[in-house]
Write a protein that binds this ligand. Structure first.
Ligand SMILES: [Zn+2]
Length: 124
């Protein structure tokens, strides 16, 4: 599963951060703000699910995940439309994803990030 591998890396780096000296997690509210590209994951639900499985029994078990998915951007050469597409509009496995333009319907290239944009750990 694609999300699982991605989240494995994310959780690993977060746990490494929590092991740094001076970080107190005892009794603290933890929020993880994760920003990923739309082509990095299939769905937000699967990403959350993977996170929940991976943090079980770790210091992150009680953390809250705020997931931000960067939208896909379609650029149409036919009518000049350029804008975001909804989640699931293209298959993230495609090397050069294409989708119909929401304005004129011509098949146009879609751009989006395939990786993790940022990981933020907020301790309260
Ligand atoms: Zn168009």
């Amino acid at each position: 599963m694609h999300e699982y591998g991605l989240m494995e890396e994310v959780v690993k780096s977060l746990l490494a951060k929590l092991d740094e000296p001076g970080i107190v997690t005892e009794g603290a509210e933890m929020e993880v703000v994760l920003k990923v590209g739309a082509l990095a994951v299939h769905s937000a639900a699967a990403t959350r699910q993977a996170y929940e499985v991976l943090v079980k029994g770790t210091k992150l078990e009680k953390s809250r995940l705020t997931l931000i998915i960067e939208p896909l951007i379609l650029t149409c050469s036919g009518c000049g439309f350029s804008g975001p597409l909804p989640e699931g509009a293209v298959d993230p496995h495609e090397q050069l994803p294409l989708a119909p333009c929401p304005q004129c319907g011509s098949i146009s290239p879609v751009a989006g990030s395939r990786g993790v944009e940022s990981i933020e750990l907020v301790l309260d």
